[in-house]
Write a protein that binds this ligand. Structure first.
Ligand code: F6R
Ligand code: MG
Ligand code: MG
Length: 407
């Protein structure tokens, strides 16, 4: 076990895909792997794994450089540049979509890609789960994470594991005001929920153990709409979780995705509500109305800063085989429920709650419609005399004229 703190990072971006917003081309993933192979050789990163969910490329990286490191972020930036080049050459859809600046300025924050990073002292054994979601927003993880870390009826570990029972600190971000607050569960549970229930504004950024184990979960909360000054895409967030031995166990993390059919914002045109569909990355193409919003969960052990999955020990070049939790038949029922719930939401057509409230819509024609109607809107208190006189049928106008003459 190294006393040096290890950092686990996921940096992700959508830089173009095959057939609309479905999936990156395999060559794009290969290009990212090549860049990270070099970064591993150069000692910038210890290890990596490249995968995708829907149209998003996800780079998992481990290193000893700390969070927001220029070289690590620079390597990720280079992956997205190379993948964008391929997407442009192939004339793929939305090539370079999440790359919002021409020049890299030392950190992907504010430049388009999303990131989640956590730094901790590696324990004797360190099981990690990597959640990745497509066609939704960071607060999509709020319901499952609050169930996992705050609800003893969901996580029995909160009752019977003496370190988990000490509770957790939640760093909550107000994504609109760009502020954060740390609150503690279980003491402040109901106040925490009072904020987090408003998923359009508040999201969990981090959860830390209060038993001294360090970070338990971290979510990417880069609101692309805020970043670009206008809405350019749902964040399609990732979440890294440490598991076991005083933290929620692997099964306590995965359980809510089967027990609950969770409605999340995003889906078609980032403007709808659909049900979270837990699946394998291979099954994460958005095939029904550009969704429904997918969530994947891949597991690795950490071994002295390196990722260990089902591949032989010592594998290099990112050639790992993670455990794919949602790719199993256990989650068939969750998928069926998600499709049933999503179809039900679609039956509402373009009406809330099938679509989002006006301020959360990624696409809207309303400002233009209202502009065109400016001169036609009248106050409800105004007497519509003139308008009525103008539009009155000829016969009535005549009789009115006659009346005037009589007067
Ligand atoms: C949602 C998403 C898609 C697109 C939709 C329209 O995050 O990526 O649902 O919003 O396919 O895409 P454009 O505007 O590119 O035609
Ligand atoms: Mg996309
Ligand atoms: Mg996406």
């Amino acid at each position: 076990m190294s006393a040096e703190k290890v950092t686990v990072s996921i940096i992700k971006a959508d830089v173009g895909s095959v057939v609309g917003h479905a999936r990156p081309h395999p060559s794009m993933l290969d290009a990212a792997r090549n860049v990270l192979k070099d970064a591993q050789k150069a000692g910038t990163i210890e290890d990596f794994y490249v995968t995708r969910v829907g149209d998003d490329i996800n780079l998992y990286m481990t290193h000893y450089k700390g969070e927001n490191n220029k070289d690590v972020h620079g390597a990720a930036w280079e992956c997205f540049q190379q993948a964008t080049k391929i997407a442009k050459k192939m004339k793929l859809y939305a090539a370079g979509q999440d790359i919002l600046t021409d020049a890299f300025s030392g950190n992907v924050k504010g430049a388009g890609p999303g990131s989640a990073e956590m730094t901790f002292e590696e324990r004797g054994s360190e099981p990690l789960l990597f959640f990745m979601a497509d066609k939704t927003e960071p607060s999509a993880y709020t319901l499952p994470l609050t169930r996992i870390f705050m609800d003893p009826f969901t996580t029995t570990g909160l009752v019977i594991d003496k370190r988990a029972k000490q509770g957790f600190d939640f760093e909550i971000q107000d994504v609109m005001a760009n502020k954060k607050v740390v609150m503690s569960a279980p003491e402040e549970s109901w106040s925490i929920l009072s904020l987090l229930g408003d998923t359009s504004r508040y999201a969990i950024k981090r959860i830390n153990s209060r038993a001294g184990i360090g970070p338990a979960a971290v979510v990417s909360t880069d609101k692309l709409n805020m970043t670009a000054g206008r809405y350019v895409g749902k964040d399609d967030p990732v979440c890294i979780c440490r598991c076991q031995s005083g933290l929620p166990s692997v099964g306590e993390y995965t359980q809510p995705f089967l027990n609950n059919t969770m409605l999340v914002a995003g889906w078609m045109r980032g403007s709808h509500i659909g049900a979270f569909y837990p699946c394998s990355p291979e099954d994460s193409d958005p095939t029904y109305y550009d969704g429904p919003p997918r969530v994947c969960c891949l597991g690795f052990q950490l071994n002295n800063g390196k990722l260990q999955g089902l591949e032989p020990y010592g594998a290099k070049n990112g050639e790992h085989i993670p455990v794919d939790f949602f790719g199993t038949s256990t989650f068939d029922e969750a998928r069926r429920n998600a499709i049933r719930a999503s179809k039900f939401m679609r039956s509402q057509g373009p009406f809330v709650p099938s679509i989002l409230g006006a301020e959360e819509m990624e696409y809207t024609s309303r400002p233009d419609v209202l502009k065109e109607l400016t001169s036609r809107f009248v106050s409800l208190d105004e007497k519509p005399k003139k308008a009525a006189a103008k539009k009155a049928p000829a016969k009535k106008t005549a009789s009115k004229k006659k009346k005037v003459e009589v007067e």
